[in-house]
Each structure stands twice: as structure tokens, then as C-alpha cells.
Design a protein around this ligand. Structure first.
Ligand code: BMA
Length: 340
């Protein structure tokens, strides 16, 4: 067994459930009480899914995709003592501009929550004359100030790295089209100031494996380990009956994360349970966050299920890095610097 180390903080009260002694596939197991968030969780919100959580003080906080009963998605704040049972604010997060004036997106979905230095950033998808990435920052989860939109449309999937690399903020994103995008690779962009983004690099493409043969997109914020950045992402396959979203894993180079060091050819989790196969959009497992404990190496993966629920799955950094390395296939488009 490897001795991989998570570089980060210890998490008090880490959500956890022991796994089986043996695995037939990837060493990832679902929480037995899944889904952890059911239908109609908040007044006028039909479903919460594709949401991101993190430790906050001795407790937990999260930004949740709330699909309102009128069909418009917005981001809601939630708090929890155990990262499993969540209390949501009834009102959606109120975003303001730099002068403190209300500045709400038309809609907002698939939020990620990432702390870089002393600031928490929320990254989501919104309308910017077409689907694009929106961002806001907060230090206290009371005032949420919008940050300039980092990219032009169309782009519907972005997540920040939890620290600057070589002095710059780094963001993964997946440029797309205006529809349900039957293509898509993961790219990386850098910014010195969260205002101007550049030094764009290609990180990884879809692969010939069935579960990620149509498109891929970044998922949870990368986890720093001594082996590199551990990335849980989503891979999509196009069946005759619609898309299937599975969870994949890769390890990116620490100093130059457009280089993929290892990439698991097998999915880590694919829709199998009723709450993943049945819902508003069937056959979706969509990772948006992890909680990870540097002391024990435990990892809890939070994923949207069937665009209807939130599911929780577990692994450890030793088990998952070992599995990704043993089943790794990297191609030229993964290992190159990604600059043409
Ligand atoms: C993607 C996004 C996700 C969603 C998925 C499956 O394009 O819209 O929010 O979970 O499709 O419907």
C-alpha cells in the first residue's frame, strides 16, 4: 500500500463510513443512507443536486444548486454539523457588485466552493449572453461580491485550484456550445488577479473508454497530494437513450498541472443505484466537491445524482491513488504541455 499524503488541513468530525474489505472495481463506496438530500428540500425548491461543501470552523458549509419549482436554478447556502444533514437558507444567495449594489445572475447552477488564501470563491454557470462561468467571493458567507466573469461564452463547467501555482490563480474549465454540448475537453487558465485570465493550456481530452467517450469536465476542486493534484472529474458517454455521467480520476503534475501524470482508464463510480438512475435526468453522477482529511487520508466525495439528489461516497487517498496509478493510461494529449 502506498503512503500518499494529502497536503492540507485536518478535518474535525470528518463524515465517514467504513468500506468493504474487497472491491470488484474502484475502491469507492457509497454512503448507506444515500441520497443525503431528497426532493423538495426548501420552500419553492424542487431539487438540490450538483453542489459543493467544505469545512468551516468546526462545522461545514456549502453552496447548493437549488432548482426552483419555476425551473430556474439558483445557489442556496447550507450549513451542517456533520456534513450529512444540511440546513438550507430559504432565500437564495444575494450577490452584490463591488459597490454593494444587488447584482444577481439570471440563473446560476453547478456551484463549486474553493478557499484560496483567506477568501472563499464560488464558481458557477450562468447567463452571460450565453452560458458562461460566473464567480463571487466572500470572507464571511454574509456578503457575496461578484468577481468579473472569467471567460467568454460558452463554458459551463469550471473549478479553481485551492492555491495559487507559481504565483497565479489556476482554473479548470470546459469550453462548450450553447446546447447540451456533444464534445468537450478540460482546459486550464491562469490569472494573477482574478481579473485577467490567460496562459490557457489543454489538460485532457475525452478518451476511447466508453464512459468518457463523448466529453469530460472538471469536478471537485483538485486535492493536493505529494503525488500531484488528485482530480475527480466527470466523464460522459452518449447512449441511444441520452448521456450517462460517470466519475473519473486523474493525477495532475503539481507545478505544471496541464500535464496529466496518471489517468484511470476505469470509471470510479457510475450510475447504478436508484437515485442515480432515476430522477429528473436519469443516469447522472456529477462530482462537485470533496471533504478530505489530511490527518487520516479519508476522502468524502459529494456528487449530484440524476439531477435530483445529492449522494456521498468515500475512499481514502492511499486506495484511490494506488488504483488510479495501477489502472492508468495516459495519451499524448494528456502528457503534453497543452500548448499549440
Ligand atoms: C450538464 C449540466 C449538469 C447536469 C448534466 C446532466 O450539462 O447541466 O448540471 O447535471 O448536464 O443533466
Amino acid at each position: 500500500m502506498s503512503e500518499v499524503k494529502i497536503i492540507g488541513d485536518a478535518v474535525k468530525n470528518m463524515p465517514w463510513q467504513e468500506g468493504p474489505a474487497e472491491f470488484s472495481g474502484a475502491p469507492v463506496w457509497r454512503y448507506s443512507e444515500n441520497p443525503i438530500i431528497g426532493r423538495n428540500p426548501v420552500k419553492e425548491v424542487a431539487r438540490i443536486f450538483n453542489s459543493a461543501v467544505m469545512p468551516y470552523g468546526d462545522e461545514f458549509i456549502g453552496v447548493f444548486r437549488g432548482e426552483q419549482t419555476n425551473g430556474i436554478p439558483y445557489i442556496y447556502l447550507g450549513r451542517s454539523k456533520d456534513a450529512i444533514h444540511w440546513n438550507f437558507d430559504e432565500n437564495k444567495i444575494q450577490f452584490v457588485d463591488e459597490e454593494g449594489k444587488p447584482f444577481m445572475p439570471v440563473y446560476a447552477y453547478d456551484p463549486r466552493l474553493v478557499k484560496v488564501e483567506d477568501t472563499y470563491y464560488i464558481i458557477w454557470c450562468q447567463d452571460f449572453y450565453g452560458a458562461a462561468i460566473g464567480m463571487a467571493k466572500t470572507k464571511d458567507f454574509e456578503t457575496f461580491v461578484r468577481v468579473e466573469n472569467p471567460f467568454l461564452p460558452f463554458n459551463r463547467n469550471a473549478v479553481l485550484f485551492p492555491r495559487k501555482i507559481n504565483g497565479n490563480f489556476v482554473m479548470l474549465s470546459r469550453p462548450s456550445d450553447s446546447g447540451h454540448t456533444p464534445f468537450g475537453d478540460i482546459f486550464l487558465s491562469e490569472s494573477p488577479d482574478m481579473l485577467y485570465w490567460g496562459k490557457h493550456r489543454h489538460v485532457m481530452s475525452k478518451s476511447p473508454e466508453w464512459w468518457e467517450s463523448l466529453k469530460i469536465g472538471g469536478g471537485a476542486a483538485p486535492i493536493e497530494t505529494n503525488e500531484g493534484w488528485l482530480l475527480f472529474y466527470h466523464g460522459v458517454s452518449g447512449t441511444c437513450n441520452g448521456y450517462v455521467y460517470s466519475i473519473g480520476g486523474a493525477i495532475l503534475d503539481k507545478e505544471n498541472p496541464s500535464i496529466v501524470k496518471y489517468r484511470c482508464q476505469n470509471f470510479l463510480l457510475t450510475p447504478e443505484e436508484w437515485y442515480e438512475e432515476r430522477g429528473f435526468v436519469p443516469n447522472v453522477t456529477f462530482p462537485c466537491a470533496t471533504i478530505h482529511d489530511a490527518e487520516t487520508g479519508k476522502i468524502a466525495i459529494y456528487y449530484g445524482a440524476a439531477d435530483t439528489y445529492v449522494g456521498l461516497a468515500f475512499t481514502t487517498v492511499d486506495l484511490i491513488v494506488d488504483y488510479i496509478k495501477k489502472n492508468s493510461v495516459v495519451r499524448e494529449s494528456d502528457t503534453e504541455i497543452g500548448r499549440r
